[in-house]
Design a binder for this molecule. Structure first.
Ligand SMILES: Cc1cc2nc3c(=O)[nH]c(=O)nc-3n(C[C@H](O)[C@H](O)[C@H](O)COP(=O)(O)O)c2cc1C
Length: 168
């Protein structure tokens, strides 16, 4: 599948969603800002995923960048659990309450975007969610805290320095 395993190096974020009190987290690379004013983000997620079901049912998600030092735990968040199970709890990660949405972020988040759904576009295998970013305070990232990059498969990297992770 052409676009499945890379080959573009992309920035990795984690999307958190919540449904019935269960916090779901999944690593994502298919996201981009798409409007200055109001600030908007677009995110593509697989049709058959808990993340898609949760966004559809609640209209909310939090997109967050994470440090490259957390590559393994972030990779592990891609593990397929049932909708009633939380990858966040499975990995023993802590969460922090959000200000504008009912979905928390991960404590390890470097930057976070609290998002409210505005539009959805169906793209065959994925949904493209277009959402407004509600928080205006977004921390700057220090030079020692480089966000995680992804090269596809099991290869992650910080800029110019590839890191390999073990399969979960
Ligand atoms: C680094 C990385 C990036 C990923 N990017 C995306 C993405 O942009 N969109 C997507 O739908 N799935 C992406 N995936 C796969 C999901 O994380 C994976 O399917 C996950 O199990 C979905 O979880 P959920 O069913 O709890 O939503 C990515 C996986 C990895 C490891």
């Amino acid at each position: 599948v052409l676009l499945k395993k890379g080959p573009l190096p992309t920035l990795v974020a984690v999307v958190t969603t919540k449904y019935n009190g269960v916090v779901n987290a999944a690593p994502v690379t298919w996201f981009t800002p798409c409007s200055y004013e109001p600030p908007r983000l677009a995110l593509a997620t697989k049709v058959e995923s808990d993340t898609s079901a949760n966004i559809r049912d609640t209209g909310q998600f939090v997109l967050q960048t994470v440090p490259f030092t957390d590559a393994q735990v972030v990779h592990n968040l891609a593990r397929k659990l049932s909708r009633g199970e939380s990858e966040v709890e499975y990995e023993g990660l802590e969460v922090v309450k959000s200000e504008f949405v009912d979905v928390p972020r991960l404590k390890i988040a470097l930057q976070w975007f609290e998002c409210r759904l505005e539009q959805v576009i169906s793209c065959d295998t994925h949904y493209l969610w277009i959402a407004e970013v509600l928080n205006s305070e977004i921390p700057e990232i220090g030079s020692e805290e480089i966000p995680l990059l992804y090269f596809g498969g099991l290869k992650y990297a910080k800029p110019c320095e590839p890191i390999k992770v073990k399969p979960y």
